[in-house]
Design a protein. Structure first.
Ligand SMILES: C[S@@+](CC[C@H](N)C(=O)[O-])C[C@H]1O[C@@H](n2cnc3c(N)ncnc32)[C@H](O)[C@@H]1O
Length: 266
């Protein structure tokens, strides 16, 4: 159904091998490594120490891209973890030899990989964030053609095509929490969180489609802001105005070819 191969400057990516009609379930994978809400960087490394050699190999094979600031922060997290855990292991609270001593270099690598590849699974999911062996190869687009949903009962992340995908087309997901925000804010968050400058069809301003889409997004956000400000200042809620705002948002997403959870919620 798909293959994982090079996607130019993006590194590896997932490409369809044949036409995939909208609604096709492309992936269904259990997490390789996951954290629940409230867990910390130390928990990510702790969990990785219990992985089987095969899963550890899979994890360490995922991509990593990191800025200097993040590197320094992660080295200090790893140093603190090593210090505290080595002391507790020496005093026998944890079985030495079962998982080996903490290794700060590997700790930093695991954190870099986790942060670069983890997907947010949503506030109501069993897990807050998780990395997957193959789904973590899917690159970002601000106008994605697929969407992932974590199914708590299955314990799996299912990725479905949200529109028809042509054979040879790259499968993409939205890494951001919302859709439809302005380019500048999307770029800022993708750069800050993942360290890349997005050049998807909605971000590449050399394309007429991107310029037009951006104009519509900015206009819609100005109108939404006005509407929300009005509500905050105690203006009487005008249901027609609210309906109109929601319909505009729906038209914007549909115009961009975006479908999925957000659209159905609207
Ligand atoms: C979850 S991984 C995706 C798979 C990755 N390309 C690989 O080689 O394994 C996330 C990383 O892929 C790259 N990436 C994803 N989407 C991208 C995009 N639209 N433009 C540039 N790089 C992107 C960035 O380096 C990002 O940190």
């Amino acid at each position: 159904m798909y293959e994982i191969r090079t996607a130019g400057l993006k590194g590896l990516g997932v490409f369809s091998k044949a036409f995939l009609p909208r609604g096709t379930r492309i992936f269904s994978e259990a997490p390789l490594l996951a954290i629940r809400s409230g867990q910390t960087a130390g928990d990510i490394y702790s969990a990785s120490r219990f992985l089987s050699p095969e899963d550890k190999g899979s994890l360490l094979g995922l991509s990593t891209h990191v800025t200097n600031e993040l590197k320094i922060m992660r080295w200090s997290q790893a140093a603190w973890y090593t210090l505290t855990n080595t002391v507790s292991e020496i005093f026998g609270r944890k079985g030495r030899g079962v998982i080996g001593w903490p290794n700060p270099k590997e700790h930093v690598t695991v954190l870099n990989i986790f942060r670069n590849n983890a997907f947010n699974l949503g506030a109501s999911s069993l897990f807050q964030q998780a990395v997957f062996p193959r789904i973590s190869r899917i690159n970002h687009s601000c106008v994605p053609n697929a969407q992932g949903n974590f199914h708590d009962e299955m314990g799996r992340f299912n990725v479905h095509a949200t529109r028809d995908i042509e054979g040879g087309e790259e499968v993409t997901l939205n890494y951001l929490q919302e859709l439809g925000t302005a380019r500048e804010s999307r770029q800022e968050r993708l750069w800050g969180g993942y360290g890349f400058a997005c050049e998807c069809p909605a971000c590449d301003l050399s394309l007429e489609r991107a310029r037009q889409g951006e104009k519509r997004r900015v206009k819609m956000h100005e109108e939404l802001a006005k509407y929300v400000e009005g509500m905050a200042s105690g203006a009487v809620l005008v249901l027609e105005a609210e309906l109109e705002a929601v319909q505009r948002f729906i038209r914007l997403l549909e115009g961009e070819g975006i479908a999925g959870r957000e659209l159905s919620t609207l």
